[in-house]
Design a protein around this ligand. Structure first.
Ligand code: UD1
Length: 407
């Protein structure tokens, strides 16, 4: 069997790593020769009966957004990189479809596997189905109900046309049923991101937070930080720090939304504790555009970091008192680690992570009063890890089994 897996942007990398490992393990246990394929196609240890080809669309291209994940998660180099890069959504999707079609025509795989909700999954699932190739979506059935999110459109399209829909939780399976998806297409397999978390938890715990800061500090900040280095180390040793990540256009693309969030953290978080903010390239650009960057650089108790590697981010999350984020993946990781999480969104496609469903996260949108109220609640909580059903570190094997048994 020949499988092409597609990745494009940062959140895909931690989801594909365990799937590739599951293929390697399967191949070790089978003796059939590979069924042809590109020269050097090694992603997945192509010695058994699955010939695996890894395609990177190249949407995220910076080392910090891409290569560091390959290195740490031991993902083999992509067999094919489509080199798509930045652009509007239409440009990214259009270019991906043109390039991916060429790959499909020459490789003729049995399956295309897409993961998550980034632009690549829309582009590649549509292209696969038009070539009459079976498509499997890992992390299917998530719904925010918010059509202004590009990711929601990507999910809806991929789920509507894919042959096999592998869901991370029972709410997602139910969403698909409610949309009329026939039962034979749906399999509840658990959350594949948690496979990666469990495989790397120990390694991450060995990292030193001070070293993470020193390695990733945004350069303009290093001077002002040196002046209060001793307070910083004291704060870190008690591990009472907060972590923030923001990247959604709805939070960072408009000054009237971003500035009040920045003022809140400056005046009400940094006034009492250390806040570590890892800056996504989009957010960095916007802070500069709105003339906020110089000001946040000078803020005491605020540490601005470049995008972190997987292990570094996991280590910060393990030590954090509270997380402020608009990332879906971090919401899930906070659930397993028990870090109280303020989700800066009005909706979520991952309700299983919410307090009201037994998780650790609460939706605060970008309303400062709500953020303040929930922040004060969160810092008074202790860490209470939660493990939703089948978030057990063995999802990738169930994904592969579902593909192999598909009729
Ligand atoms: C994408 C995904 C989102 C995911 C997020 C995580 C879509 C629709 N969105 O959003 O689901 O949660 O990644 O990171 O696919 N840039 C760089 N270097 C890079 C990558 C991007 O400088 O390596 C810049 C781009 O030029 C662009 C901005 O960052 O200006 C945003 O990148 P883009 O790929 O458009 O989407 P993300 O916001 O990263």
């Amino acid at each position: 069997m020949k499988i092409i897996s597609v990745i494009g942007a940062r959140p895909n990398f931690m989801k594909i790593a365990p799937f590739i490992r599951a293929i390697s393990k399967h191949n070790l246990n089978t003796t059939f020769p590979p069924s042809g394929g590109i020269e050097g196609g090694i992603s997945g240890g192509n010695k058994g009966d699955i010939n695996h080809i890894l395609v990177h669309t190249g949407q995220h291209y910076d080392d910090r957004m891409s290569q560091s994940f390959f290195d740490q998660l031991e993902i083999p180099q992509a067999d094919i990189n489509l080199g798509i890069g930045s652009g509007s959504h239409a440009e990214q999707v259009g270019k991906t479809m043109i390039e991916f079609e060429k790959v499909l025509k020459s490789e003729k795989p049995d399956w295309v596997v897409v993961v998550g909700d980034v632009n690549a999954i829309l582009a590649c699932s549509v292209t696969a189905k038009k070539e009459n190739i079976k498509c499997c979506h890992i992390e299917a059935g998530l719904r925010s109900g918010d059509m202004s999110m590009p990711e929601e459109i990507n999910r809806l399209v991929a789920d509507r046309i894919s042959d096999l829909l592998l869901t991370p939780d029972l709410i997602s399976s139910e969403n698909l049923r409610n949309e009329g998806v026939p039962e034979h297409k749906i399999r509840f397999v658990g959350n594949i991101m948690i496979d990666t978390l469990e495989a790397n938890r120990r390694k991450a715990s060995l990292l030193n937070i001070n070293e993470i800061i020193n390695h990733n500090l945004i350069l303009t900040q290093s001077e002002s930080l040196n002046s209060h280095r001793s307070t910083l180390t004291a704060q870190l040793s008690t591990e009472g720090f907060a972590v923030m990540t923001l990247h959604r256009p709805s939070n960072v693309d408009r000054k009237e939304i971003l500035e009040p969030i920045v003022r809140f953290i400056q005046n009400e978080v940094c006034s009492e504790r250390l806040l570590i903010w890892t800056l996504h390239p989009r957010t960095m650009k916007m802070l500069e555009k709105f003339n906020l960057f110089a000001d946040v650089c000078k803020q005491e108790n605020l540490i601005l970091l470049e995008p972190l590697s997987y292990l570094e981010m996991l280590r910060l999350n393990m030590g954090a008192k509270v997380m402020l984020t608009d990332s879906g993946g971090l919401q899930e990781e906070c659930t397993i680690l028990g870090t109280p999480c303020l989700t800066l969104r009005w909706n979520t496609e991952r309700p299983v992570t919410l307090l009201k469903h037994g998780g650790v996260s609460v939706l605060v949108g970008n309303n400062i009063e709500l953020i303040r109220k929930e922040y004060l609640n969160a810092i008074n909580k202790s860490k209470e890890p939660v493990r939703p059903e089948l978030w057990d570190g063995k999802t990738a094997e169930r994904c592969l089994e579902a593909i192999l048994k598909y009729k």
